[in-house]
Design a binder for this molecule. Structure first.
Ligand SMILES: [Zn+2]
Length: 324
């Protein structure tokens, strides 16, 4: 557990995951209500470490009065149902967490349909697009349906946390929010910013089927710039070390995104390509096992270039082709 960083009224609890990103950070916020921000992975080692952290503070998990979620990913909601089974406290989260927390079969079915279509448009051969869509892991590992008590979003106050404001930070996830305390410029940024690795943006199926898909990288860039408008002395991330100069990290991140987008534009200057052709060009010999992630990442860069007017697209036989 990391204890070097002392932020008034906030404790960081580091919990193990078995994922490459490393441990996940959850937070105890001592507001008017003792608030837990995020839960760890649903693995025994994380649950034990979590309980131990409470013991060390002279608390138990029964002292938690409410839970706030930064987003719906497994490493942030993992043992949520185990926790609320024992201590059924209010849960505050973005409305887009809902289908994942309730394990909504309808969303997963329409999501599989969405990704089958998306992969086809991306130029992935039809026989492979269905398989890829089926491979997508919808299961959050929750045994019980979890219902959000209060939906939070930008400008909505969380009961029991009057010092903290919600900032919508979609990009990494469509349910992503951050919490900001103006008095000492602390940002609980979830996975919006991670010091040791790019946070990653992920294409998600629309919550309402048949509506336009999100453009996660464009949202991410927009929300990085939004965070530049807030004075932030320290950002406490969902993973890794606290970020002492978050604005510098944001500027570096924006530059890296630009650089990666320009590389894509360079490829398209040689001729039009589908997303799939582009992935094969960018990651020769190593795209096959990681196609879901690479498609998500590449469509983000293409959306970004399209929005800037740097590239164009045209559709032919159900496949979208891009050119510069
Ligand atoms: Zn995470």
């Amino acid at each position: 557990m990391r204890t070097s960083q002392k932020i008034t009224g906030v404790d960081l609890i580091e919990l193990p995951t078995e994922w490459p990103v490393g441990p996940v950070n959850v937070f105890l916020v001592y507001g008017e209500k003792l608030t837990l921000v995020d839960c760890g992975r649903n693995i025994e080692a994380a649950w034990e470490e979590f309980n131990l952290a409470f013991n060390e503070r002279g608390l138990t998990i029964m002292d938690i009065e409410q839970i706030v979620l930064t987003h719906h990913h497994d490493d942030h909601v993992g043992f949520l149902d185990r926790l609320v089974y024992l201590n059924p406290v209010p849960i505050y989260a973005h409305v887009n967490c809902r289908p994942y927390l309730t394990q909504d079969e309808g969303h997963f079915t329409s999501g599989t349909r969405f990704f089958t279509e998306f992969y086809k448009e991306f130029g992935i051969p039809e026989e492979l697009s269905q398989d890829l869509a089926n491979l997508k892991d919808w299961n959050q590992g929750l045994k019980n349906k979890i219902y959000i008590t209060g939906e939070i979003d930008e400008g909505i106050a969380i009961p029991g946390l009057p010092d903290w404001q919600v900032i919508e930070t979609k990009g990494h996830a469509q349910s992503h929010i951050a919490l900001y305390r103006a008095s000492d410029q602390v940002l609980l940024c979830g996975d919006h910013l991670i010091k040791h690795t790019p946070a990653g943006v992920f294409l998600e199926a629309p919550i309402h089927p048949e509506t336009e898909r999100s453009k996660p990288l464009n949202q991410y860039v927009h929300n990085l710039k939004k965070c530049l408008e807030y004075p932030v002395a320290i950002a406490l991330s969902g993973h890794g070390e606290p970020i002492e100069k978050p604005h510098e990290l944001i500027s570096e991140t924006l530059k890296k995104i630009d650089k990666r987008a320009l590389r894509v534009k360079g490829k398209l200057e040689k001729g039009r390509m589908s997303g799939y052709e582009l992935v094969r060009e960018l990651y020769p010999g190593r795209y096959e096992g990681a196609l879901i992630l690479l498609a998500s990442d590449t469509i983000g860069l293409l959306d970004y270039l399209l929005e800037r007017g740097d590239i164009f697209s045209e559709q032919e036989d159900g496949v979208i082709y891009y050119f510069a």
